[in-house]
Design a protein around this ligand. Sequence first.
Ligand code: HEM
Length: 384
Amino acid sequence: MAKKILHNVSVKGQDVRSYTDELRAKYPIVKNTSHEWVLLKHEDVNFAALNDESFSNNASRYLQIPNGLDGEEHTRYRKIIDKYLTRQALIPYIPVFENIAKQLVKDLPKGAILDAVNDIGAVFAVRAQSKWLGWPKNLETTLLAWMKENHAATRSGDHAWTSSVAEKFDDIVQTIIQSRRHSANKLNNSSAIDVTAQLCNEKVDGRLLTESELVSILRNWTGGDLGSIALCVGVIIAYIAEHPELIDHIRKASNNEVEDIINEILRIDNPFVSNRRITTCPVKIAGQSIPKGARVKLHWTSANRDESVFNNNQFDPKKNADKNLVYGIGKHACPGRLLASWQLRIALQTLLANIDNIALISEQMPEREVAPVGGYHRVPVIFT
Ligand code: HEM
C-alpha cells in the first residue's frame, strides 16, 4: 500500500529545520507548491543521490557545469574541476587562509556586537575564495554587495529578481575571465599563473573551454559557495556560543577532530538545504510511485536530521560521520569539500585562539533564516 503523502506544501517563510522535522515525523515524502516531490528521509535522499541513472541532474534551464550534467559528459568536466581541489593542489593555500583569518580576527572590535554571518563569515569567504582564485582585492565590496542581494533575492522567492542577480554575477565573472584569458595566453609557465587563468587554459574534447562554460564553472565555485561558507560560519559560531564547553575541547583537538566537530554541527543545522533531480524513468521511492520526468528535491537538511539514523540527533561527531550528508554523496558529491572544510576549520581555530569567550546577546538572539534558505540570517555575538 502506498504510504501517506501531503500535497501543496509551502515551506516559504518558515524555519527549514523545525518545519521539515514536523513533516518528516508524518510523511517520508511531500509534494510542494512547485509540484516537486520532496524527499525528507535519509534513506530516500541517499538512494536518489546514489542512483544517478534514474535521478538526472539535468534539472535547470541554465548551463550548470558540472552540477547540471549527467553520465559521461559530467565525468569529463568533473575531471577538470577535481584537479584544482585535491589535497596537493590546496596545501599551498593553508598559510594563505591562515593569514586571512588572523588579519580578520585581529581587526574585529573586541567588546562590540558583531554579526557572525555577515561581519565574519561573508568577509572571510570572499577574501579566502578571491585569494584562491586570484581575483583582485578591490572586488571585495562588489562581491559582498552581490552576496547580500543574492541572499535577499533567494529569500524572496522572486524568480525574476533571482535571475537578474545571477546575471550580475555572470557579468563580474566574465570581466575577470577576459583579463585572465589574455594573461594566460601570454604566460607559458602554468604554475606561475593563478587558478582562474589556469582554468581558462583548460581543454575539453581537444578545445578550450568556452566563455559560458568558464562562467558556469566559476559560478558553481563561488556564487553559491561564498554564501554557503558564510552561513556555515554563522551556524558554527551560534552553536559554540550555545555550547561553550566545546571551546576548550576544540582548542586542544587535532585538525581532523575539529573538522569532525564542524561537520557534526553542520549535520544538525545544515544551511545547504537541497538539490534538484528529474526522474528518467518511473521510480518507486518513499512508498510512492513517481512517474518519469518528475521533479524531485533531495532535502539534505531534513535527511541529516533523520532521528532513525542519527540516534535522535545527539551530538556525536565520530558516530555520525559516516552517514553525514552535508557534502552530498554519489557522483555529484561536493568536490569542494576539502577546501570548504579547511577554510571553516582555519576560521574557527583562529577565532578561538584569539578570544576568551563568545557571548550571545540576550536582547538580540540569533535570527533564523527562513525557507528556502537555511541556517541563520544574523548571529549577533560579542567576543571577549
Ligand atoms: C560549506 C560549504 C559547502 C557545502 C555545504 C557544499 C555542499 C555541496 C553538496 C551537498 C553538493 C551536492 C550537489 C548534488 O548532489 O547535486 C555539492 C556539489 C558541488 N559543490 Fe559544494 N559545498 C560547499 C562548498 C563548496 C566549495 C568551496 C566548492 C568549490 C570551490 C564547491 C563546489 C561544488 C561543485 C562544483 C559541486 C557540483 C559537483 C557535481 O555536480 O559533480 N562546493 N556541494
